[in-house]
Design a protein around this ligand. Structure first.
Ligand code: 5AD
Ligand code: SF4
Length: 368
């Protein structure tokens, strides 16, 4: 079995091959896994210090035109109450973010591509910017859009965009999505390339523990993120949602605990491979284990997203079973988040927009 210490050369010199990544993802045993997490956390501290960047998460709308087989808000799930927040409700959340020095917000929604939707989000971005006195950085997570739409939203003031590739294995991607042109692997890749071209800080990520997903495939996901040169990553364990097609063969899937450990290892390995990118400690970890977000920080994540969506909407934005914290007020959610940051021996990055250091370094290198 690999020893993290013996492998220090490979780690330090960033000469990671697919085999090295596979070997790390295959590590089992609490002691060996702890060594991996410790190494990743050390690198995180070395490159980004002990600050954890804060993003207030606003679940703007759960209306979606897609039918991803794994997702609880897929269009064909008729048991979901569909909503879109009013501008007033969004600005109330924004005001909470400003008042509490969060530094940035994420606008997340299902995927809609109408021109009316493009315009609504464009206006929303402008309103958030002016209402917050340009104090808040904005990350969008609103799915695949045309290059034109991405340009409009960027020009309105959005700096960052999250679009998960879900898996870089085309065959697996096709297994977890309907087979039609609305759910195309190539289009997902094209959208990611367009985001980069438009000058966004680009984030992507994968789900971990999907049916038939292998460690080899996850290793290729890591190398894809490195070679695409992403700036940010949001990833976490796959968790069944009862009203989805992918949940039907539940018994054949990896145990939740195994997915959880594998997902933590993915965070650690990505941190070792991409030292200065922003990596989120995501809610899916917390859905499996109540130490989830702390464990993800300890494994090398440096971003946390307290959910500041009003309670009445939160339970409708349900991607998987047992979404945690749906009954928490914004105040309670923020307190819990700050407590867990401190308990992982970190400090919150109050009033910091929390740009990806990786992105800033690229810009800097291009100027000089
Ligand atoms: N389990 C875990 N993550 C999920 N997502 C959607 N459904 C699930 C699920 N069942 C993730 C996807 C998507 C993001 C918005 O949420 O990665 O990109
Ligand atoms: Fe819609 Fe995203 Fe869910 Fe797919 S994963 S159904 S695009 S919200």
């Amino acid at each position: 079995m690999i020893s993290i210490k013996e492998n220090a050369d490979v780690i330090e010199m960033n000469r990671m091959t697919a085999d090295d990544v596979i070997e790390m993802l295959k590590i089992t045993g609490n002691h060996e896994m702890d060594m991996l997490f410790r190494k990743a956390n050390e690198i995180r501290h070395q490159y980004s210090g002990n600050r954890v960047f804060l993003r207030g998460l606003i679940e703007y709308s759960n209306i979606c035109s897609k039918n991803c087989y794994y997702c609880g808000i897929r269009e064909n799930n008729k048991s979901v109450f569909r909503y879109k927040m009013s501008v007033t409700d969004v600005l109330e959340a924004v005001w909470f973010a400003v008042k509490n020095n969060l530094g940035s917000v994420v606008i997340q929604s299902g995927e809609l591509t109408s021109s009316a939707n493009t315009e609504e989000i464009r206006k929303l971005i402008k309103q958030i910017k002016s209402f917050s006195g340009n104090k808040l950085a904005i990350t969008l997570s609103c799915g695949e859009q045309t290059e034109d739409t991405y340009i409009k939203w960027r020009d309105a003031g959005a700096e960052r965009y999250l679009l998960r590739i879900e898996t870089t294995d085309k065959k697996l991607f096709e297994n977890i999505h309907p087979k039609n042109s609305h759910h195309s692997f190539e289009k997902r890749l094209e959208a990611l390339n367009n985001l980069k071209k438009c000058g966004y800080q680009v984030g992507t990520g994968v789900m971990i523990g999907l049916p038939d997903q292998t460690v080899e495939s996850l290793a290729r996901d890591i190398l894809f993120m490195r070679d695409f040169d992403i700036d940010m990553c949001g990833m976490g364990p796959y968790i069944e949602h009862n009203c989805t097609p992918l949940a039907l063969n539940k018994s054949e899937n990896l145990k939740l605990e195994e997915r959880y450990n594998l997902a933590l290892k993915m965070i650690a390995v990505l941190r070792i491979v991409m030292k200065d990118v922003n990596i989120a400690s995501t809610t899916a970890f917390q859905a499996i284990n109540n130490m989830g977000k702390i464990n993800a920080l300890d494994a090398g994540a440096n971003v946390i997203m307290p959910n500041i969506t009003e309670c009445k909407y939160k339970s409708c934005y349900s991607l998987y079973n047992n979404k945690p914290g749906i009954e928490n007020s914004r105040e309670a959610e923020l307190k819990t988040t700050l407590d867990l940051i401190y308990s992982a021996s970190n400090v919150p990055g109050f009033n910091e927009s929390g740009d990806s250091v990786h992105f800033l370094n690229k810009i800097h290198a291009n100027i000089h």
